[in-house]
Ligand binder design. Structure first.
Ligand code: SF4
Length: 473
């Protein structure tokens, strides 16, 4: 079937598509690659991948495409679900013969309510959906496809689960789909060089952090990896496809979960002479960091979450604050930049632990930070805890506001939703408006006119973000 893979249009700047862990508009313009859609798109001949938010496409643009296709797959998320259903309905109106399916963590954990949300949805795919979608695109009957829930004779039918993919090398390169259907200059992440290209070298994460969406929904807790040889081959291929790319990013949940393999890949990348970055846990030993750095590693994206040890225990982070400090000092010593991510409002949070986390962040001093609000996505342990303990706010757990920015959806007897929400702006201001950090950023801008323009633009967007939050509070 002629197949369209679609990241549906949404509010301006909403980065909630098939590559975004935190489905919200960021402080500054930011788009991850829709890798989870690109992968099945690489397996379906003559398909097309359209990433409406990153391309700036609206509903009208997408509706013009609907008559040209027989099968459409829309990626959805909890915050964008209602809006994605409207897009699905409009597409079905534009082409009533269109077979339409939804994918993503939200429908994976709540297939029945998702299907009942609209008659326009013919099926939802649970678990990993690459081969599921390939089989449907090849014309297999829905009744014979593992991993979907669909409607038949007025009732919802749940087929058997789709087996997890273990031979990751069997998956074709996503970079060919990027080259075919995307414009890499549409993708921008504040702490990555521009333009960048990101892809996965493996799926799943060994850790069991209670708030983390993907390992608890579609990725699982076994780190299933592509061979170092194939990863290096795809990067070499991508160098030819995208000679303008300044950096490659490995978006595996925790690329450093397998240290020997990470070192093996690094040595191969070193021979290619590329600059690269990846997600990491704050426990990588110095020796490994050095090998990675010596072979082109520029930046690590590190989820610190909190500077309070008890909160790290509460969320099952499997991380010690003192180890994170030592790791960060090692990175500074080696000249590896860190983008550190923190979360406010996790179970056990108090005014004192927020203060402790702000002090921790300023003390370890990552190059840049992202501060998020704890988001109880359905399908996570955090969501279950929030339901059991009555932590969800009156808004019923809305995770983003009208402009697409995150809102606090948790509150505790000793810490209100408003206090958590307001602490976020305060955290950013105390981190970035320090003489040391201002000097760092100024120095960085002096080194390059491109960086100066970029940081000035980001500064304007960041101030807009702070003002938007202040008007919400
Ligand atoms: S280590 Fe990172 S990716 Fe893995 S479960 Fe925890 S937060 Fe998620």
């Amino acid at each position: 079937m002629k197949t369209l893979f679609l990241n549906p249009p949404s509010v301006e700047g909403f980065d909630g598509g098939a590559g975004s862990r935190y489905q919200a508009r960021r402080e500054i313009r930011s788009f991850w690659y829709p890798t989870w859609l690109a992968q099945p798109a690489a397996m379906v001949k003559d398909s097309r991948l359209v990433d409406a938010p990153a391309r700036g496409l609206g509903v009208e643009d997408v509706l013009r495409l609907a008559p040209d296709y027989e099968f459409a797959v829309l990626h959805t998320s909890s915050p964008s679900f209602a809006s994605d259903v409207k897009v699905a309905e409009a597409m079905k109106d534009a082409n009533p013969r269109l077979l339409l399916g939804l994918v993503g963590a939200h429908v994976a954990v709540s297939p029945e309510p998702a299907l009942k949300a609209s008659r326009a949805i013919d099926f939802v795919a649970r678990n990993e959906f690459d081969y599921t979608l390939k089989e449907i695109a090849e014309g297999r009957k829905l009744a014979d496809v593992d991993g979907i829930s669909y409607r038949a004779n007025g009732t919802v039918v749940h087929n058997a689960d789709r087996a997890l993919i273990h031979n990751m090398d069997s998956l074709p390169f996503v970079t060919d789909v990027y080259a075919r259907d995307l414009t890499i200059e549409d993708y921008f992440i504040g702490y990555l060089k521009f333009p960048y290209v990101s892809l996965y070298t493996g799926r799943g994460c060994k850790s069991r952090c209670t708030f983390c969406l993907w390992p608890q929904t579609v990725g699982g807790h076994v780190y299933r990896t592509r061979s170092a040889e194939i990863v290096a081959a795809e990067i070499a291929h991508a160098q030819k496809l995208f000679p303008q790319a300044k950096e490659f990013f490995f978006d595996d949940d925790t690329f450093t979960d397998d240290l020997r393999r990470a070192e093996d890949i690094a040595r191969r990348l070193g021979k290619l002479g590329v600059t690269w970055s990846c997600n990491a846990k704050a426990n990588v030993p110095y020796e490994t960091l050095k090998i990675l750095r010596d072979n082109g590693l520029r930046l690590l994206l590190v989820g610190y979450e909190s500077g309070n040890q008890q909160i790290l225990h509460n969320i099952k982070k499997g991380m010690r604050v003192d180890v994170a400090r030592r790791f960060t000092a090692d990175c500074h010593k080696l000249g590896i930049a860190i983008h550190g991510t923190f979360i406010l409002g996790l179970p056990g949070e108090t005014r004192e632990t927020i203060e402790e986390t702000v002090r921790f962040a300023t003390a370890i001093n990552p190059h840049t930070i992202q501060v998020s609000l704890a988001a109880p996505y359905p399908g996570t342990v955090l969501y279950e805890q929030a339901m059991e303990n009555g932590w969800l706010t009156k808004s019923g757990g809305d995770m983003v506001g009208g402009e697409g920015f995150q809102v606090s959806s948790l509150s505790y007897p000793h810490l209100s939703q408003r206090e958590i929400f307001e602490a976020l702006s305060d955290f950013y201001k105390r981190f970035y408006f320090r003489p040391r950090k201002i000097a760092d950023i100024t120095f960085e801008m002096m080194k390059s006119w491109d960086m100066t323009k970029r940081r000035l633009r980001e500064g304007v967007e960041f101030m807009h973000f702070l003002r938007a939050r202040e008007s919400q509070s």
